[in-house]
Design a binder for this molecule. Structure first.
Ligand code: ZN
Ligand code: ZN
Length: 260
């Protein structure tokens, strides 16, 4: 089994279970390595109902350290799922300088000036074509990638709706951003949480793997677990799919290198 580099904790207020339960689930599944990557606190209490408060960050990291010493049989990494949101670049820079995260996942959950509290999940643009809506998302992701602050792209096509893949509607932009991801040496996670939702596909959808192989962009796996039983979710299925992409690289943060 491969490492699971995307796991939440109940500090974000929408995940459940104790940290040790997530670790024990990984051990049970024989996953050699995991990363806790809870949602980063944001300035001005932005989206506070779905994330830890700023003052909790230290405790969060201490809790990860406790897990490391309690469970030497598994490698546990400290990480963070960090929102890219225009205007918060310096905040992220300072936070990453102060705290040493092994894994910094870039996620775009909010787009500045969008309706419905900027949420990617609940936009309403009756008069805009889907291509333009996706473009806002992809351009925000691109600005984030190009900050050089992150090392993994989280749920690459989170914005997709069931009818239109980004690869279909915005292919040129997708290719452009893959080049940026390659240039900035990020990996892209295969996030299996979509397989638990109505969309019923991974983020990114598996059609992107051909291009990741072509661009030489490495992948990681992430369950995006918000419950202990979701650790390693459908990784066995993904492993089988990956057999069809023998040249696709995987990134192991633990070893700090990329191998074919
Ligand atoms: Zn979450
Ligand atoms: Zn996310």
């Amino acid at each position: 089994m491969r490492p699971d580099y995307h796991i939440h904790t109940k500090r974000c207020k929408h995940a459940v279970g104790e940290m040790h339960e997530y670790v024990e689930k990984a051990i049970e599944l024989k996953i050699p390595e995991i990363a806790f990557t809870d949602h980063i606190p944001l300035p001005d209490n932005f989206d506070l109902p779905h994330r830890m408060a700023m003052e909790e960050l230290e405790d969060y990291l201490n809790d990860i350290e406790k897990m490391k010493s309690k469970y030497p049989e598994i490698v546990i990494r400290s990480g963070i799922e960090a929102d890219f949101y225009d205007g918060y670049e310096n905040y992220l820079y300072q936070t990453f300088k102060r705290y040493d995260f092994d894994i910094k996942i870039i996620s775009v959950h909010f787009i500045k000036n969008w309706p419905q509290n900027n949420w990617v999940f609940s936009y309403y643009f009756p008069d805009r074509p889907i291509q333009a809506i996706y473009s806002d998302y992809l351009q925000a992701l691109k600005r984030g990638v190009n900050t050089g602050l992150f090392n993994i792209v989280g749920h690459f096509d989170l914005i997709k709706d069931e009818d239109t893949s980004l690869l279909k509607s915005n292919k040129i932009e997708v290719m452009d951003i893959l080049q940026c991801i390659k240039d900035q040496a990020l990996a892209i996670e295969i996030n299996t949480s979509g397989l638990r939702k109505d969309i019923d596909e991974t983020y990114p959808d598996l059609n992107l793997l051909t291009y990741l192989e072509k661009y030489g962009i490495p992948v990681t796996l992430g369950s995006d677990a918000h419950k202990p039983e979701q650790v390693g979710y459908k990784f066995d299925y993904i492993e089988k799919v990956l057999l069809n992409y023998p040249k696709l690289k995987r990134r192991n943060i633990h070893e700090g290198n990329i191998h074919d």
